[in-house]
Design a protein around this ligand. Sequence first.
Ligand code: CTP
Length: 391
Amino acid sequence: MLNGKTILIGITGGIAAYKICELIRKFKKNGAEVKVICTPNALNFVTKLTLQNLSQNEVYVQEFDVKEWKPEHISLADEADIMLIAPATANTISKIANGYADNLLTSVACAFTKKMIIAPAMNCNMWNNRAIQENLFKLKSRGIEILEPEKGFLACGYVGKGRLCDVNKIYDAVCEDLNYSQKLQGTKVVITSGGTIEDIDPVRYISNYSSGKMGLALANAAKSMGAEVVLITTKDFEAPYKIVKVKSAFDMQNALNEEFDTSDIVIMAAAVADYRVKNYSEQKMKKTDDENLTLELVKNPDILQDLCKKKTNQVVVGFCAESENLLENAAVKIVKKGCDFLVANDISRKDIGFGVEDNEVVILDKNGGAQRLEKASKAVIARKILEYIHE
Ligand code: CTP
């Protein structure tokens, strides 16, 4: 079942390193190509020869041990479909969370753009340490899956949470992710993100607080599920897929029209301004003696509604931001817009939605179904939204 898949395993210096030998054997038995990188400390617990024999590949330890033109940390990252770090020590976890690249394993982790799973193992007091928990939170919010350690007798003599989780659980998580990474293969997903910017004059504009992070998380998740991704955004993002930078609602609509016919799924996560100024001033508007200023606004096109009118086979997904009566307003909106799904966000809560890292949403479908996704990082919510739509 793992034929054609390359699994990159990073082993760090913990006693549980010996358990990874069994895991490598299982991956190999099921057809995977396995590449192993060890930190120098990992070799205190398991030998290079054992790992070499089991993986039937060279075992990588040192940086600058150059054999080919392409640096190893880049080619190892490029070749693999998934990266697993197990056991992951507190030290390696903290380095990866903070972008350090001081050995081959952390350099590869830094260059790795696909799915990463980390299975920590350490002393229970280290696990409970605030710094380690904060670093784990950082990794989770970037979409890295953490397989939490289990409680039990620890090699250091303590009893508590810190043992590497069951290797069968690690095996299942890797298989599930490899399967997930193919779910949207052959599908073109177009996503919009950020608040549109409606110019008033050369120095002023109307916009909103949307950070574009939810749309970015959706685009990243779609990419990791194997889709061809186009992100149409008002923000300056860099990503390994096509990004079209736009400004106003009109720009966004034009960019969407370019992509729409060839797309399979369109997700409107952008916060589109409902109105723009009627008369854009070519020159900077001057302050006058009047105490009041009235700007006349005219309606922007409803991009989502227009797309839904002309859609053929595309699945069209809208977002809705509500500050009160979330479900009632969303139920009216999905009918009015005519979209297949509507992801409803409660923007009255400060801990989710606009500008922050987490979200909690309800997905409505056009047949009246509703699914709540409990509060999680935007990366996790994005992944669940795409899985729900896919199913
Ligand atoms: N939307 C759009 N074009 C607009 C306004 C909104 O395509 N001119 C899309 C948004 O991208 C989102 C959905 O419509 O996917 C709902 O946006 P929301 O701001 O919640 O709804 P509005 O239609 O603007 O209604 P209201 O502001 O009255 O709640």
